[in-house]
Ligand binder design. Sequence first.
Ligand code: GDP
Length: 406
Amino acid sequence: MGSTSSRQQVAEAENATFFTKEELNKLKADFETGGVEKVTSLIERKLSELDKTELNIAVTGETGAGKSTFINAMRGLQNSDDGAARVDTKEATMEPAGFPHPSLSNVYYWDLPGIGTTNFPADKYLKQMKFKKYNFFIIISSCRFRENDAKLAKEIKRLGKKFYFVRSKIDADFDSMRKAGKEINVKKELEYIRNDCLVNLRKAGILTESVFLISSFEHEKYDFKGLNKALEDEMPIIMKSIFVLAYPNRSVEIIQKKKNILQKRIWMLATLSGSVGAVPVPGLSFACDIVILIGAIIHFRKCLCLDEASLQRLANITNKPVEELKAVVKTPLLGEINKDTIVRLGWRITVVVISAVEFALNFVPVIGSIFGAGSSFLMIYTILNDALKDLTEDAERVMKFAFGIS
Ligand code: GDP
Protein backbone atom coordinates (compact mmCIF):
# COMPACT_ATOMS: atom_id res chain seq x y z
CA MET A 1 0.00 0.00 0.00
CA GLY A 2 1.46 3.39 -1.02
CA SER A 3 2.15 6.03 1.60
CA THR A 4 -0.37 8.43 0.06
CA SER A 5 -3.22 5.99 0.44
CA SER A 6 -2.19 5.03 3.96
CA ARG A 7 -1.95 8.73 4.83
CA GLN A 8 -5.38 9.11 3.33
CA GLN A 9 -6.62 6.21 5.44
CA VAL A 10 -5.28 7.79 8.59
CA ALA A 11 -6.92 11.07 7.64
CA GLU A 12 -10.20 9.29 7.02
CA ALA A 13 -9.98 7.38 10.27
CA GLU A 14 -9.29 10.59 12.17
CA ASN A 15 -12.11 12.23 10.35
CA ALA A 16 -14.62 9.55 11.17
CA THR A 17 -13.67 9.35 14.85
CA PHE A 18 -11.35 11.19 17.20
CA PHE A 19 -8.98 8.24 17.06
CA THR A 20 -5.87 7.83 15.01
CA LYS A 21 -5.54 4.78 12.80
CA GLU A 22 -3.23 3.15 15.36
CA GLU A 23 -5.76 3.71 18.11
CA LEU A 24 -8.55 2.31 15.97
CA ASN A 25 -6.48 -0.79 15.29
CA LYS A 26 -5.84 -1.16 19.00
CA LEU A 27 -9.56 -0.76 19.71
CA LYS A 28 -10.30 -3.49 17.25
CA ALA A 29 -7.63 -5.83 18.63
CA ASP A 30 -8.72 -5.15 22.21
CA PHE A 31 -12.29 -5.85 21.33
CA GLU A 32 -11.37 -9.11 19.69
CA THR A 33 -9.40 -10.31 22.69
CA GLY A 34 -11.32 -8.79 25.60
CA GLY A 35 -14.72 -7.64 24.39
CA VAL A 36 -16.32 -4.31 25.19
CA GLU A 37 -14.79 -4.11 28.66
CA LYS A 38 -11.33 -3.99 27.20
CA VAL A 39 -12.02 -1.11 24.80
CA THR A 40 -13.60 1.15 27.36
CA SER A 41 -10.36 2.37 28.91
CA LEU A 42 -9.19 3.78 25.59
CA ILE A 43 -12.54 5.39 24.95
CA GLU A 44 -12.69 6.82 28.46
CA ARG A 45 -9.23 8.24 28.06
CA LYS A 46 -10.19 9.84 24.76
CA LEU A 47 -13.34 11.40 26.17
CA SER A 48 -11.47 12.80 29.13
CA GLU A 49 -8.76 14.06 26.79
CA LEU A 50 -11.47 15.82 24.80
CA ASP A 51 -12.90 17.48 27.88
CA LYS A 52 -9.64 18.32 29.55
CA THR A 53 -7.54 19.47 26.61
CA GLU A 54 -7.09 23.19 26.91
CA LEU A 55 -7.02 25.50 23.97
CA ASN A 56 -5.10 28.70 24.77
CA ILE A 57 -5.03 31.36 22.11
CA ALA A 58 -2.71 34.34 22.59
CA VAL A 59 -3.61 37.69 21.06
CA THR A 60 -0.94 40.36 21.07
CA GLY A 61 -0.64 43.85 19.65
CA GLU A 62 -0.33 47.46 20.73
CA THR A 63 -2.90 49.11 22.99
CA GLY A 64 -5.84 50.17 20.86
CA ALA A 65 -5.14 47.61 18.10
CA GLY A 66 -8.47 45.91 18.83
CA LYS A 67 -7.35 42.88 20.87
CA SER A 68 -10.14 43.02 23.44
CA THR A 69 -12.82 43.55 20.82
CA PHE A 70 -11.45 40.65 18.77
CA ILE A 71 -11.32 38.36 21.83
CA ASN A 72 -14.93 39.25 22.58
CA ALA A 73 -16.00 38.67 18.98
CA MET A 74 -14.37 35.24 18.91
CA ARG A 75 -16.32 34.29 22.02
CA GLY A 76 -19.64 35.61 20.69
CA LEU A 77 -19.67 38.45 23.22
CA GLN A 78 -20.44 42.09 22.85
CA ASN A 79 -18.08 44.51 24.56
CA SER A 80 -20.82 45.30 27.10
CA ASP A 81 -21.59 41.66 28.04
CA ASP A 82 -20.69 40.08 31.36
CA GLY A 83 -17.30 38.43 31.09
CA ALA A 84 -16.29 40.58 28.11
CA ALA A 85 -12.73 41.90 27.90
CA ARG A 86 -12.78 45.62 28.68
CA VAL A 87 -12.39 47.81 25.68
CA ASP A 88 -10.53 51.13 25.55
CA THR A 89 -8.74 50.60 28.85
CA LYS A 90 -5.35 52.15 28.54
CA GLU A 91 -3.43 50.87 31.54
CA ALA A 92 -0.46 48.93 30.24
CA THR A 93 -0.09 45.70 32.16
CA MET A 94 2.89 43.40 31.82
CA GLU A 95 0.79 40.33 32.62
CA PRO A 96 -1.21 38.27 30.13
CA ALA A 97 -4.94 38.61 30.88
CA GLY A 98 -6.96 35.42 30.38
CA PHE A 99 -10.54 35.36 29.16
CA PRO A 100 -12.44 32.07 29.32
CA HIS A 101 -14.97 31.04 26.75
CA PRO A 102 -18.44 31.70 28.19
CA SER A 103 -19.61 28.07 27.93
CA LEU A 104 -16.52 25.90 27.31
CA SER A 105 -14.26 26.15 30.30
CA ASN A 106 -11.27 24.60 28.53
CA VAL A 107 -10.99 27.40 25.96
CA TYR A 108 -9.10 30.56 26.87
CA TYR A 109 -8.16 33.68 24.97
CA TRP A 110 -5.22 35.65 26.32
CA ASP A 111 -4.67 39.36 25.85
CA LEU A 112 -0.91 39.96 25.87
CA PRO A 113 0.52 43.48 26.08
CA GLY A 114 2.06 44.58 22.78
CA ILE A 115 5.78 43.95 22.67
CA GLY A 116 6.31 47.67 21.93
CA THR A 117 4.82 48.60 25.31
CA THR A 118 7.39 46.47 27.11
CA ASN A 119 11.14 46.95 27.11
CA PHE A 120 11.83 43.29 26.49
CA PRO A 121 13.50 41.84 23.41
CA ALA A 122 11.30 39.24 21.66
CA ASP A 123 12.78 36.19 23.41
CA LYS A 124 12.47 37.70 26.92
CA TYR A 125 9.00 38.97 26.09
CA LEU A 126 7.79 35.50 25.13
CA LYS A 127 9.31 33.98 28.23
CA GLN A 128 7.64 36.62 30.38
CA MET A 129 4.34 35.92 28.63
CA LYS A 130 4.69 32.17 29.32
CA PHE A 131 4.63 31.32 25.63
CA LYS A 132 4.62 27.56 26.22
CA LYS A 133 1.02 27.49 27.27
CA TYR A 134 -0.37 29.01 24.06
CA ASN A 135 -1.37 26.85 21.15
CA PHE A 136 -0.79 29.72 18.72
CA PHE A 137 -0.43 33.49 18.53
CA ILE A 138 -2.45 36.13 16.77
CA ILE A 139 -0.51 39.33 16.14
CA ILE A 140 -2.98 42.11 15.60
CA SER A 141 -2.51 45.65 14.33
CA SER A 142 -4.91 48.35 13.25
CA CYS A 143 -2.30 50.02 11.04
CA ARG A 144 1.04 48.88 9.64
CA PHE A 145 2.90 46.01 11.17
CA ARG A 146 6.16 47.16 12.66
CA GLU A 147 9.59 45.72 13.10
CA ASN A 148 8.67 44.61 16.60
CA ASP A 149 5.78 42.52 15.24
CA ALA A 150 8.12 40.84 12.78
CA LYS A 151 10.75 40.15 15.44
CA LEU A 152 8.11 38.63 17.63
CA ALA A 153 6.83 36.44 14.80
CA LYS A 154 10.34 35.18 14.08
CA GLU A 155 10.86 34.29 17.71
CA ILE A 156 7.47 32.54 17.92
CA LYS A 157 8.42 30.52 14.87
CA ARG A 158 11.84 29.69 16.30
CA LEU A 159 10.11 28.30 19.37
CA GLY A 160 8.02 26.03 17.16
CA LYS A 161 4.69 27.82 17.52
CA LYS A 162 2.39 29.25 14.90
CA PHE A 163 1.45 32.89 14.45
CA TYR A 164 -1.10 34.69 12.33
CA PHE A 165 -1.04 38.34 11.32
CA VAL A 166 -4.37 40.11 11.60
CA ARG A 167 -5.01 43.64 10.36
CA SER A 168 -8.04 44.88 12.32
CA LYS A 169 -10.70 47.61 11.92
CA ILE A 170 -11.07 47.22 8.16
CA ASP A 171 -14.63 48.57 8.43
CA ALA A 172 -13.18 51.80 9.85
CA ASP A 173 -10.86 52.12 6.82
CA PHE A 174 -13.87 51.96 4.53
CA ASP A 175 -15.79 54.41 6.71
CA SER A 176 -12.97 56.92 6.44
CA MET A 177 -12.83 56.49 2.66
CA ARG A 178 -16.58 57.03 2.42
CA LYS A 179 -16.39 60.13 4.58
CA ALA A 180 -13.63 61.49 2.35
CA GLY A 181 -16.01 61.06 -0.60
CA LYS A 182 -13.77 58.47 -2.23
CA GLU A 183 -15.29 56.12 -4.76
CA ILE A 184 -14.65 52.68 -3.36
CA ASN A 185 -13.75 49.48 -5.14
CA VAL A 186 -13.77 47.11 -2.15
CA LYS A 187 -11.71 44.40 -3.80
CA LYS A 188 -9.00 46.81 -4.91
CA GLU A 189 -8.84 48.57 -1.57
CA LEU A 190 -8.50 45.27 0.25
CA GLU A 191 -5.75 44.23 -2.11
CA TYR A 192 -4.00 47.52 -1.49
CA ILE A 193 -4.18 47.18 2.32
CA ARG A 194 -3.08 43.54 2.15
CA ASN A 195 -0.11 44.39 -0.05
CA ASP A 196 0.87 47.24 2.17
CA CYS A 197 0.91 44.91 5.19
CA LEU A 198 2.88 42.25 3.33
CA VAL A 199 5.43 44.75 2.02
CA ASN A 200 6.01 46.06 5.53
CA LEU A 201 6.42 42.58 6.90
CA ARG A 202 8.81 41.67 4.12
CA LYS A 203 10.88 44.76 4.84
CA ALA A 204 11.11 43.53 8.40
CA GLY A 205 12.23 40.09 7.21
CA ILE A 206 8.96 38.10 7.37
CA LEU A 207 8.12 36.31 4.16
CA THR A 208 4.48 35.54 4.67
CA GLU A 209 1.69 35.33 2.15
CA SER A 210 -1.16 35.70 4.54
CA VAL A 211 -2.44 38.65 6.46
CA PHE A 212 -6.06 38.46 7.52
CA LEU A 213 -8.02 41.68 7.13
CA ILE A 214 -10.89 41.71 9.57
CA SER A 215 -13.55 43.75 11.28
CA SER A 216 -14.52 42.42 14.70
CA PHE A 217 -17.93 43.99 14.17
CA GLU A 218 -18.65 42.39 10.79
CA HIS A 219 -17.88 38.68 10.90
CA GLU A 220 -19.47 37.97 7.57
CA LYS A 221 -17.22 40.36 5.70
CA TYR A 222 -13.55 40.46 4.77
CA ASP A 223 -11.30 37.71 6.21
CA PHE A 224 -12.93 36.93 9.56
CA LYS A 225 -14.20 33.57 8.36
CA GLY A 226 -10.99 32.92 6.43
CA LEU A 227 -8.96 33.48 9.58
CA ASN A 228 -11.06 31.01 11.52
CA LYS A 229 -10.80 28.47 8.74
CA ALA A 230 -7.02 28.84 8.63
CA LEU A 231 -6.76 28.42 12.41
CA GLU A 232 -9.03 25.40 12.33
CA ASP A 233 -7.30 23.74 9.38
CA GLU A 234 -3.90 23.87 10.99
CA MET A 235 -4.86 22.47 14.38
CA PRO A 236 -4.49 18.86 15.42
CA ILE A 237 -7.77 16.93 15.41
CA ILE A 238 -8.67 17.27 19.10
CA MET A 239 -7.90 21.01 19.18
CA LYS A 240 -9.79 21.52 15.96
CA SER A 241 -12.94 20.04 17.42
CA ILE A 242 -12.64 22.13 20.58
CA PHE A 243 -12.07 25.28 18.52
CA VAL A 244 -15.11 24.62 16.30
CA LEU A 245 -17.35 23.91 19.30
CA ALA A 246 -16.22 27.18 20.91
CA TYR A 247 -17.12 29.23 17.85
CA PRO A 248 -20.33 31.32 18.00
CA ASN A 249 -23.17 30.18 15.72
CA ARG A 250 -22.95 32.50 12.74
CA SER A 251 -23.70 30.22 9.80
CA VAL A 252 -25.38 26.93 8.93
CA GLU A 253 -21.95 25.63 7.99
CA ILE A 254 -20.52 26.11 11.48
CA ILE A 255 -23.58 24.52 13.09
CA GLN A 256 -23.22 21.49 10.82
CA LYS A 257 -19.54 21.19 11.72
CA LYS A 258 -20.49 21.21 15.38
CA LYS A 259 -23.06 18.49 14.73
CA ASN A 260 -20.47 16.29 13.04
CA ILE A 261 -18.10 16.65 15.97
CA LEU A 262 -20.79 15.93 18.57
CA GLN A 263 -21.93 12.90 16.60
CA LYS A 264 -18.52 11.33 17.09
CA ARG A 265 -18.92 11.71 20.81
CA ILE A 266 -22.20 9.81 20.71
CA TRP A 267 -20.79 6.44 19.71
CA MET A 268 -18.12 6.69 22.37
CA LEU A 269 -20.70 7.41 25.07
CA ALA A 270 -22.89 4.63 23.71
CA THR A 271 -20.03 2.16 23.81
CA LEU A 272 -19.22 3.04 27.40
CA SER A 273 -22.84 2.55 28.28
CA GLY A 274 -22.90 -0.76 26.38
CA SER A 275 -20.14 -2.01 28.64
CA VAL A 276 -22.09 -1.05 31.76
CA GLY A 277 -25.05 -2.89 30.27
CA ALA A 278 -23.00 -6.07 30.39
CA VAL A 279 -22.57 -5.79 34.19
CA PRO A 280 -25.30 -7.91 35.83
CA VAL A 281 -26.46 -5.44 38.49
CA PRO A 282 -30.16 -4.65 38.12
CA GLY A 283 -30.83 -0.95 37.73
CA LEU A 284 -27.19 0.09 37.47
CA SER A 285 -27.13 0.28 33.71
CA PHE A 286 -30.29 2.36 33.47
CA ALA A 287 -29.07 4.78 36.14
CA CYS A 288 -25.77 5.20 34.31
CA ASP A 289 -27.54 5.70 31.01
CA ILE A 290 -29.67 8.49 32.44
CA VAL A 291 -26.61 10.28 33.78
CA ILE A 292 -24.81 9.90 30.44
CA LEU A 293 -27.85 11.12 28.52
CA ILE A 294 -28.51 14.15 30.68
CA GLY A 295 -24.85 15.13 30.64
CA ALA A 296 -24.61 14.76 26.88
CA ILE A 297 -27.74 16.77 26.13
CA ILE A 298 -26.61 19.62 28.38
CA HIS A 299 -23.22 19.56 26.64
CA PHE A 300 -24.89 19.62 23.19
CA ARG A 301 -27.01 22.60 24.20
CA LYS A 302 -23.96 24.55 25.30
CA CYS A 303 -21.96 23.71 22.19
CA LEU A 304 -24.89 24.61 19.95
CA CYS A 305 -25.41 27.92 21.80
CA LEU A 306 -28.89 26.91 22.96
CA ASP A 307 -28.30 27.28 26.69
CA GLU A 308 -29.98 30.18 28.45
CA ALA A 309 -26.86 32.36 28.66
CA SER A 310 -25.91 31.88 24.99
CA LEU A 311 -29.44 32.68 23.85
CA GLN A 312 -29.39 35.85 25.95
CA ARG A 313 -26.08 36.91 24.40
CA LEU A 314 -27.43 36.29 20.92
CA ALA A 315 -30.50 38.34 21.81
CA ASN A 316 -28.25 41.21 22.93
CA ILE A 317 -26.13 41.09 19.79
CA THR A 318 -29.08 41.01 17.43
CA ASN A 319 -31.35 43.32 19.44
CA LYS A 320 -34.13 40.75 19.56
CA PRO A 321 -36.02 39.81 22.72
CA VAL A 322 -34.78 36.44 23.98
CA GLU A 323 -38.41 35.20 24.14
CA GLU A 324 -38.66 35.67 20.36
CA LEU A 325 -35.56 33.54 19.85
CA LYS A 326 -36.93 30.86 22.13
CA ALA A 327 -40.25 30.89 20.29
CA VAL A 328 -38.67 29.42 17.14
CA VAL A 329 -37.30 26.46 19.09
CA LYS A 330 -39.30 23.26 18.57
CA THR A 331 -37.56 20.72 20.77
CA PRO A 332 -38.63 20.30 24.41
CA LEU A 333 -34.95 19.73 25.22
CA LEU A 334 -34.29 23.35 26.12
CA GLY A 335 -36.16 23.04 29.40
CA GLU A 336 -35.09 21.05 32.42
CA ILE A 337 -33.61 17.69 31.47
CA ASN A 338 -34.45 14.92 33.92
CA LYS A 339 -35.29 11.24 33.97
CA ASP A 340 -38.83 11.82 32.68
CA THR A 341 -37.63 13.82 29.68
CA ILE A 342 -35.26 10.99 28.83
CA VAL A 343 -37.91 8.32 29.20
CA ARG A 344 -40.20 10.29 26.89
CA LEU A 345 -37.41 10.41 24.31
CA GLY A 346 -36.96 6.64 24.51
CA TRP A 347 -40.13 5.67 22.66
CA ARG A 348 -38.70 6.61 19.28
CA ILE A 349 -35.90 4.07 19.51
CA THR A 350 -37.31 1.30 17.34
CA VAL A 351 -38.01 3.72 14.52
CA VAL A 352 -34.38 4.67 14.14
CA VAL A 353 -32.66 1.40 14.86
CA ILE A 354 -31.98 0.74 11.22
CA SER A 355 -30.39 4.07 10.46
CA ALA A 356 -28.29 3.81 13.61
CA VAL A 357 -26.98 0.43 12.56
CA GLU A 358 -26.13 1.78 9.13
CA PHE A 359 -24.37 4.76 10.61
CA ALA A 360 -22.36 2.64 12.98
CA LEU A 361 -21.32 0.13 10.36
CA ASN A 362 -20.37 2.76 7.85
CA PHE A 363 -18.40 5.10 10.00
CA VAL A 364 -16.94 3.23 12.88
CA PRO A 365 -15.29 -0.04 11.96
CA VAL A 366 -15.16 -1.35 15.52
CA ILE A 367 -18.65 -0.52 16.50
CA GLY A 368 -20.34 -2.92 14.14
CA SER A 369 -19.15 -5.75 16.36
CA ILE A 370 -19.70 -3.98 19.66
CA PHE A 371 -23.31 -3.56 18.72
CA GLY A 372 -24.33 -6.84 20.23
CA ALA A 373 -23.05 -5.74 23.64
CA GLY A 374 -26.43 -4.80 24.95
CA SER A 375 -29.41 -2.64 24.43
CA SER A 376 -27.79 0.20 26.37
CA PHE A 377 -25.60 0.94 23.41
CA LEU A 378 -28.57 1.19 21.11
CA MET A 379 -30.59 3.27 23.51
CA ILE A 380 -27.89 5.85 24.14
CA TYR A 381 -26.93 5.89 20.51
CA THR A 382 -30.40 6.49 19.12
CA ILE A 383 -31.65 8.87 21.81
CA LEU A 384 -28.60 11.07 21.49
CA ASN A 385 -28.67 11.03 17.72
CA ASP A 386 -32.29 12.10 17.83
CA ALA A 387 -31.61 14.77 20.41
CA LEU A 388 -28.64 16.09 18.44
CA LYS A 389 -30.66 16.23 15.25
CA ASP A 390 -33.45 18.21 16.94
CA LEU A 391 -31.04 20.55 18.70
CA THR A 392 -29.07 21.19 15.52
CA GLU A 393 -32.22 22.04 13.60
CA ASP A 394 -33.25 24.41 16.37
CA ALA A 395 -29.81 26.00 16.48
CA GLU A 396 -30.14 26.70 12.76
CA ARG A 397 -33.65 28.10 13.15
CA VAL A 398 -32.58 30.38 15.99
CA MET A 399 -29.48 31.58 14.16
CA LYS A 400 -31.40 32.30 10.95
CA PHE A 401 -34.17 34.08 12.80
CA ALA A 402 -31.75 36.12 14.90
CA PHE A 403 -29.73 37.33 11.90
CA GLY A 404 -32.70 37.58 9.55
CA ILE A 405 -31.40 34.90 7.16
CA SER A 406 -34.11 33.27 5.08
P1 GDP B 1 -6.99 46.79 22.65
O1 GDP B 1 -6.43 47.92 23.44
O2 GDP B 1 -6.00 46.26 21.67
O3 GDP B 1 -7.59 45.72 23.48
O4 GDP B 1 -8.15 47.41 21.72
P2 GDP B 1 -9.71 47.51 22.04
O5 GDP B 1 -10.39 46.23 21.72
O6 GDP B 1 -9.89 48.10 23.39
O7 GDP B 1 -10.18 48.52 20.91
C1 GDP B 1 -9.75 49.87 20.85
C2 GDP B 1 -10.81 50.66 20.10
O8 GDP B 1 -10.91 50.19 18.76
C3 GDP B 1 -12.20 50.52 20.71
O9 GDP B 1 -12.83 51.80 20.68
C4 GDP B 1 -12.91 49.57 19.80
O10 GDP B 1 -14.30 49.81 19.73
C5 GDP B 1 -12.25 49.86 18.47
N1 GDP B 1 -12.26 48.66 17.60
C6 GDP B 1 -11.75 47.45 17.87
N2 GDP B 1 -11.93 46.60 16.86
C7 GDP B 1 -12.60 47.28 15.91
C8 GDP B 1 -13.08 46.95 14.59
O11 GDP B 1 -12.95 45.83 14.09
N3 GDP B 1 -13.70 47.96 13.90
C9 GDP B 1 -13.84 49.23 14.42
N4 GDP B 1 -14.47 50.14 13.67
N5 GDP B 1 -13.40 49.56 15.64
C10 GDP B 1 -12.78 48.61 16.39
